[in-house]
Design a protein around this ligand. Sequence first.
Ligand SMILES: [Mg+2]
Length: 266
Amino acid sequence: MSKELIDMMKKAWEIIQEIKKEGIEVSMKWDSWTGADYLTKADLAVDAYIIGYLKEHYPEDQILTEETAEKEQEFNRNKTIWIVDPIDGTMNFSNGDDKYGILLGRYKNGEPELWISYFPEKNILLFAQKGKWVYLNNNKLERKIKAEPVFQISRPQDIGVNFENNIYENKAGTKISGIKSYHTVGRSIVQIIVWNLSACWWFRPWGKRDFCAWQVALNELGLTTTDGNGKPLNYSVADNNHIRANGCVVWEPASHKKLVDFLGNK
Ligand SMILES: [Mg+2]
């Protein structure tokens, strides 16, 4: 089954390539969760294609996507739920940047169970399934923890954390080394996994599709997720409001305290 889903993701990439050839036209959309955002024909075409595939092969399941009317559905814990972000990083995509991907997640019994993240122009396909580890381009992922933690920070400028040459400083003068990230939750997760980063932190509104079951990969690798104060998250839509207020941290246990202390004095 995993091969079929991966083939489906690759077909979605073919659809994107065809639309790219015609030229990408960008419009704006409004989302009650995340505000104004970019939209292209490719987002809609891939959204429709993946929904069609899932409805044909898994007619009993619930589908929560970014671009369709069904996006307003809430999680039903009694159903198997697919989460679809047809293009994660639409702004990058529309600017001709290669940092965008196709995300597919699956929840069973309310728990994240499967996650496929495909960043075609980066040649990255991550596949994670509960109890079955994480695979990068068909190879079992080897995770090497860095001796000195390296963090990834989303939009430090929004909360007044100073950064210079990838060194971030909070009000108390504590410094951490890190990588600044923009916008996409999916890409941030891919970075933390593929680049062996120690932790990442977001402080920005999330969309519902941002809970795209990526926690499967983190759990398999021994990482976990809390808010900026260290409180565990439940991976539910309800936690979305909480994240909007308190940020979200993904971390290796060894680096968690350092990052939470840093955030506490931001
Ligand atoms: Mg998207």
